[in-house]
Unconditional design. Structure first.
Length: 214
């Protein structure tokens, strides 16, 4: 009986020791991960691929903004034109995955801050919100506010259009990939359909790493 008890105690001790070793091993293998760091959007980050990245978006929108503000048709009129800048007619036909609003929103916000009244920006993407408020005012549910009353919402004079296109190549011998992007921006006259301003941004990248963009 004593030998049996000693044997059970020995097995239990071995099991506890093994569990302790396993726990210690797990702790040793669970090394600390790389700490989060802030990276300036205008500079390349630690994760890079051949797609459109933050530094490309900031560079292209800054360039297009400066060019638009230098255009007498857009920013040199006696009466500031109403412009619509959104992603509705800005198409992505490239092999890169990109949220087009990142480009159109940054361009619109930058222009609105820098134009100083030389252009008036129509928030067409807020048309439903404005329409709902107008219905409440005209039905008497709410008062007329303090600004003004107009027959309709603001119409636009010019609207942003354009496309993102790309050309890909791959070297099968070493897995090197390259991608050329051509991003076209155009402002269209919303009465005549003429293009009153055009801008283009180009970039080409090569890499052997496969980065997933989301």
């Amino acid at each position: 009986m004593k030998m049996k008890s000693a044997l059970i105690a020995g097995i239990a001790a071995t099991a506890i020791l093994a569990a302790g070793c396993e726990t210690t091993s797990r702790k040793l293998n669970n090394t600390a991960g790389r700490p989060t760091v802030y990276v300036a959007p205008q500079t390349p980050g630690p994760v890079q691929g051949i797609g459109i990245e933050s530094q490309d978006i900031t560079s292209m929108t800054d360039e297009m903004m400066r060019d638009m503000l230098a255009s007498p048709i857009l920013a040199g009129r006696d009466r500031p034109p109403r412009v619509i800048i959104d992603a509705e007619y800005f198409r992505n036909e490239s092999s890169s995955r990109i949220n087009k609003n990142l480009i159109s929103d940054r361009l619109r916000v930058g222009l609105n801050r820098a134009a100083h009244g030389r252009m008036v920006f129509v928030g067409r993407h807020y048309a439903d919100m404005v329409g709902h408020e107008r219905e409440l005012k005209r039905s008497g549910t709410v008062d007329a506010g303090t600004i003004r009353s107009t027959p309709g919402q603001a119409g636009g004079d010019f609207r942003l259009g354009g496309r993102i296109a790309s050309l890909d190549a791959i070297d099968r011998s070493n897995g090197l990939k390259s991608r050329y992007h051509q991003i076209t921006f155009e402002m269209v006259d919303l009465e005549y359909g003429t293009i009153v301003w055009s801008g283009m941004y180009e970039l080409k990248k090569a890499s052997q790493e496969d980065v997933l963009y989301r």
